[in-house]
Ligand binder design. Structure first.
Ligand code: OXD
Ligand code: MN
Length: 597
């Protein structure tokens, strides 16, 4: 029994978890600073965390995972519902019978917390008391998980109070076990609102509020309750010509610059005119249709679990600033000279001597061939959102923010132009469904391989992808003033493999066109794939790009698109067959017809 709650289902979940894992003791996380300080001290004592330079990085810590446990494991991620057809077709996550899954996972976790403490974390995704908020209870044997959850979510007794005697919650069961990659499982039971994670300690697999709850379980909740859970950043854009801040949600695959876009600093010319970007979220958006017919979005998280390599003063000043206090760094390099951290591209020159992400001595010469970076390519920072200098004043809004536009974008060296607008909502859903992108280090497996990633949700959809497309179509019908849908590609390359678009802050120039389109303030050219800007309407003054290159970025090559359409058709047929919504198939037919004209 505990003084924390009388909710019988919570108590039962905790008791049952303890009966399986047999911890020496159970500690409830109350969200207090005292408890947090004690946990940090204990983790430093055991070596789970290394305390960093208090003057340069106050209240910051370094953590190293096992080398076999540095990314999400998509091929070991399961949706476990009774009827396989409810989860499938799913192009990446697998299905398992729920009873088989419970037996397997609980068998693996049996007795594995002996000699350890089981922590019980009550947390909320979303501002407690808002219509978006959903409560979770995660049990874990890892202090690292507790401390990360305290940054990434809203943790404490208020979550139990919000649940009351009988409210429903998402059960999260995490047991580090032996960090055995052969017995690593990330399992989701949407019918029981349960998540199980065994044999991992890497964030994306164990901070169960994030991908597991806020995306895979939440997509199911959204389908049943009529809202959407998406892998999207949310940004606010203030422009001198607009009366109000406009909001955009944007979906990109992992490690494709969502955090950078969400915290963008506009180019000087724009800043001088009064343009400003504020960040509501960098990874996940929960979206509901408001009474006014607009779509309203909220970020269910409370912190940033960002990719460290590549983050620096110029690529993302705001993210770097957010990591300067109260941050946990995972798998970055340790600079013993001043007890700080380092990762590739943090500074132009690497320090002369460091410990790499595995804790081994490292010098820049060891990485002459680029194969031995000091920081793991998927190393991360977990930083409180409130640290971010450009955090939106609406970050804690209970209603969320109204969306003017939705953007999709992948990493495409060819074919996809800098930006285009869909003809209507259903065409926009089609545009999201055909997203493909080159793979990154955020998941295990080869990097740089082009793969389909519909809505950047391929690894995160909690049910059949075809049903998920249908849900998008239904949501468009429900929202009388649905946002306009766009596709962007910052990653187009020239014949020599150089990026053609400067990206980062200059993406403001594209956002500006997008918002003008939302207000019908600028004409566009109708092409085979949708509406494209006239080059004159993208303001490139002061940018490191010439007019000829911009023209090239706005070309729609019908031959390439025709080949792309054939490939999309084959992908649809192979993966979704008859389950593909007719609206999507119709848009494919239009694309094919347009390309052959
Ligand atoms: C993330 C991811 O950590 O997408 O956000 O992998
Ligand atoms: Mn992500």
């Amino acid at each position: 029994m505990t003084e924390f709650t009388t909710n019988k289902k919570v108590l039962q979940f905790v008791e049952e978890s303890a009966a399986i894992t047999m911890p020496d003791k159970i500690v409830w996380i109350d969200g207090s600073e005292e408890q947090r300080a004690a946990l940090k001290a204990e983790a430093c004592r055991t070596g789970e965390l290394i305390k960093l330079n208090e003057e340069k990085l106050p209240d910051c810590y370094l953590h190293r995972t096992k080398p076999n446990d540095v990314a999400r494991v998509e091929d070991r991620t399961f949706i476990c519902c009774k009827n396989e057809a409810d989860a499938m077709p799913h192009s990446i996550v697998k299905w398992m019978d729920p009873q088989k899954a419970y037996d397997l996972a609980y068998g693996i976790a049996k007795g594995k917390m002996q000699g350890k403490t089981m922590y019980v974390i009550p947390y909320s995704m979303g501002v407690v008391g808002s219509p978006f908020s959903k409560i979770g209870i995660e049990v874990t044997d890892s202090i690292y998980v507790v401390l990360n959850m305290m940054i990434m979510t809203r943790v404490g007794k208020m979550c139990l109070d919000a649940l009351g005697e009988d409210g429903y919650f998402i059960k999260g069961f995490h047991c580090s076990c032996d960090i055995d990659p052969e017995n690593r499982y990330i399992m989701h039971f949407p019918e029981d609102n349960t998540i199980i994670s065994v044999n991992s300690a890497y964030g994306g697999n164990v901070l169960l509020g994030k991908k597991c709850f806020a995306l895979r379980i939440a997509t199911n909740l959204g389908k049943n309750e009529g809202w959407m859970a998406e892998h999207m950043l949310i940004l606010g854009c203030k422009r001198p010509q607009d009366k109000e801040t406009k909001y955009i949600a944007a979906a990109f695959p992992s490690a494709c610059g969502k955090t950078n876009l969400a915290m963008l600093i506009p180019p000087e010319e724009f800043r001088n005119k009064g343009y400003e970007i504020t960040c509501v979220g960098d990874d996940i958006a929960w979206i509901r249709v408001g009474e006014d017919g607009r779509m309203w979005a909220a970020n269910p998280e409370n912190g940033f679990f960002g990719v460290a390599p590549g983050t620096n003063e110029s690529s993302n000043f705001n993210a770097l600033a957010a990591t300067k206090k109260g941050t946990i760094f995972t798998n970055v390099a340790h600079n013993p000279a001043d007890n700080t951290v380092w990762w590739e591209k943090l500074t132009k020159k690497a320090p002369d001597f460091m410990y790499d992400w595995t804790g081994e001595p490292w010098t820049p010469a060891m990485n002459a061939d680029g194969k031995h970076p000091a920081a793991n390519p998927n190393s991360r920072f977990t930083a409180p959102a409130e640290n971010c200098p450009c955090i939106s004043p609406e970050f804690n809004s209970k209603e969320g923010v109204p969306l003017s536009a939705i953007m999709f974008g992948g990493r495409r060296a060819t074919t996809t132009p800098l930006v285009y607008q869909s003809r209507d909502w259903n065409h926009g859903v089609f545009v999201g469904s055909i997203m493909s992108s080159e793979t990154t280090a955020a998941a295990t497996g080869a990097v740089g391989v082009l793969r389909h990633d519909p809505m950047a949700m391929k690894p995160f959809m909690g049910y059949s992808v075809a049903d998920y497309f249908q849900h998008w179509i239904n949501m468009g019908k429900k929202a009388e003033k649905a946002p306009k849908i766009f596709n962007v590609n910052w990653f187009r390359q020239d014949e020599n493999g150089n990026f053609m678009w400067p990206g980062f802050g200059d993406n403001m120039r594209v956002i500006d066109w997008i918002l003008d389109r939302c207000d019908d303030k600028v004409e566009a050219q109708e092409t085979a794939i949708g509406y494209l800007p006239y080059a004159k309407d993208i303001n490139i003054s002061g940018a490191d790009i010439d007019a000829a290159t911009l023209e090239k970025l706005l070309v729609v090559d019908k031959a390439r698109w025709s080949a792309e359409a054939d490939e999309i058709e084959a992908y649809y047929n192979e993966n979704f067959g008859d389950k593909l919504p007719k609206e999507i198939r119709e848009n494919l037919a239009t694309l094919k017809a347009n390309c052959s004209k």
